[in-house]
Ligand binder design. Structure first.
Ligand code: NAD
Ligand code: IPM
Ligand code: MN
Length: 356
């Protein structure tokens, strides 16, 4: 199989974990006789530095004609004081919008060998395996107006959604539950927000179409609590953009580190983008110690969802698990025993398992 993959390394640890993904993909290509053609493009701070824009038109054009897109991370202190339209994060939001990547799937499944790496009690996180289905192209992130008034005495952000935008992500939530454990938790703030009231009505309407799925509504504040007191009560969580952003970082605590959480950002029709849930980790950028696992699990998701290469995806996932089993871990994981390794060593260990 021949596939063209756009690579957007971005900033901070982005290029370090992208190198890991490329090494793994080359290993997979060799083992299974595929050809992956890599097309490196600029996004985020790297694009601002070179082209004075966080999202060059050429990047959008390349993504549109690719078979899939892999993204590292964007952002960092260097650009934190830039005006809003010259911030790296704008590049990320822009590419999500340009490719209509409305559905962000963030699976949260801990490895049993890493139970002790979480600050939560092992008996609480044991058996947790959930999927956050986050709306990615609407809500507070994109609503207009979003601005300050002239004398800086007031500010506005807008939480706007159309019914259609809600319907398609809620459908994705139901469909995801159907192929998992058939339980859907819809998270909203329907006791306060008009947008959440419409959201809840749509979930109620839609559930007739998915009679095999058990549905519950949980308010976002309570959901944040339940996620770390009773995580195994969840199967699929469907929620709007910002709630999903916050809850997914929280959920990563179940796995031991934000560096473990992959994601897939999907369109209705069109190219998919795969990126770790974490950011550019400026505090450890350049040290060679970033955890590549979130990026590599995202790469496996790309093989599965965009290329239907189920076996290849599973081989990567199994190799990661085997390395963790052998006691390899990066510094972000508070593991008691094993061997603390660098990004490159972890990647090499995973490659060795794939080649076995
Ligand atoms: P972050 O996710 O970058 O880092 C939070 C903490 O987790 C840091 O201590 C970091 O070292 C650690 N961490 C994250 N990923 C790790 C990994 N793979 N291995 C080891 N440790 C890891 O969040 P932040 O510090 O709040 O944000 C930093 C920058 O990243 C900001 O500019 C922010 O806007 C951006 N950001 C980008 C994305 C993205 O590109 N998708 C996501 C989140 C944040
Ligand atoms: C994420 C990030 C982004 C988001 C930021 C960097 C715009 O936190 O991918 O989770 O909030 O969506
Ligand atoms: Mn986030």
């Amino acid at each position: 199989m021949q596939k063209k993959i756009v690579l957007l390394p971005g900033d901070g640890i982005g290029p370090e974990i992208m190198d890991a993904a490329v090494d793994i993909l080359e290993t997979i290509a060799k083992k299974f006789n595929h050809q992956f053609i890599f097309d490196y493009q600029l996004i985020g701070g790297a694009a601002i530095d070179q082209l004075n824009t966080p999202l060059p038109q050429q990047t959008i054009n390349s993504c549109e004609v690719a078979d899939a897109v892999l993204l590292g991370a964007v952002g960092g202190p260097k650009w934190d004081n830039n005006p809003s339209d010259l911030r790296p994060e704008r590049g990320l939001l822009g590419i999500r919008k340009a490719l209509d990547l409305y559905a962000n799937l963030r699976p949260v499944k801990g490895f049993k060998q890493l139970l002790s790496a979480s600050p939560l009690k092992e008996e609480i996180i044991q058996g947790s395996d959930l999927l956050i289905v986050r709306e990615l192209t609407g809500g507070l992130y994109f609503g207009q107006p979003s601005e300050r008034n002239a004398d800086q005495s007031a500010v506005i952000d807008t939480l706007a959604y159309t019914r259609k935008e809600m319907e398609r992500i809620i459908d994705k939530g139901f469909q995801s539950a159907q192929i998992r454990n058939k339980k859907l938790t819809s998270v909203d703030k329907a006791n306060v927000l008009e947008s959440s009231k419409l959201w809840r009505e749509i979930v109620e309407e839609k559930k007739q179409m998915y009679p095999d799925v058990e549905v519950e509504h949980v308010l976002v504040d309570a959901a944040a609590m339940k996620l770390i007191t009773n995580p195994s009560s969840f199967d699929v969580i469907v929620t709007e953009n910002m709630f999903g952003d916050i809850l997914s970082d929280e959920a990563s605590v179940l796995t031991g580190s934000l560096g473990m959480l992959p994601s897939a950002s999907l369109a209705e029709n069109g190219v998919g983008l795969y990126e770790p849930a974490h950011g550019s980790a400026p505090d450890i950028a350049g040290l060679g110690i970033a955890n590549p696992v979130a990026m590599l699990l995202s790469t496996a998701m790309m093989l599965r969802y965009s290329f239907a290469l189920e076996e290849e995806a599973t081989v990567i996932e199994k190799a990661i698990e085997a390395c963790i089993d052998k006691g390899y871990y990066t510094a972000d994981l508070a593991v008691k025993s094993g061997e603390k390794v660098s990004t490159k060593e972890m990647t090499q260990a995973i490659i060795a398992c794939i080649e076995e």
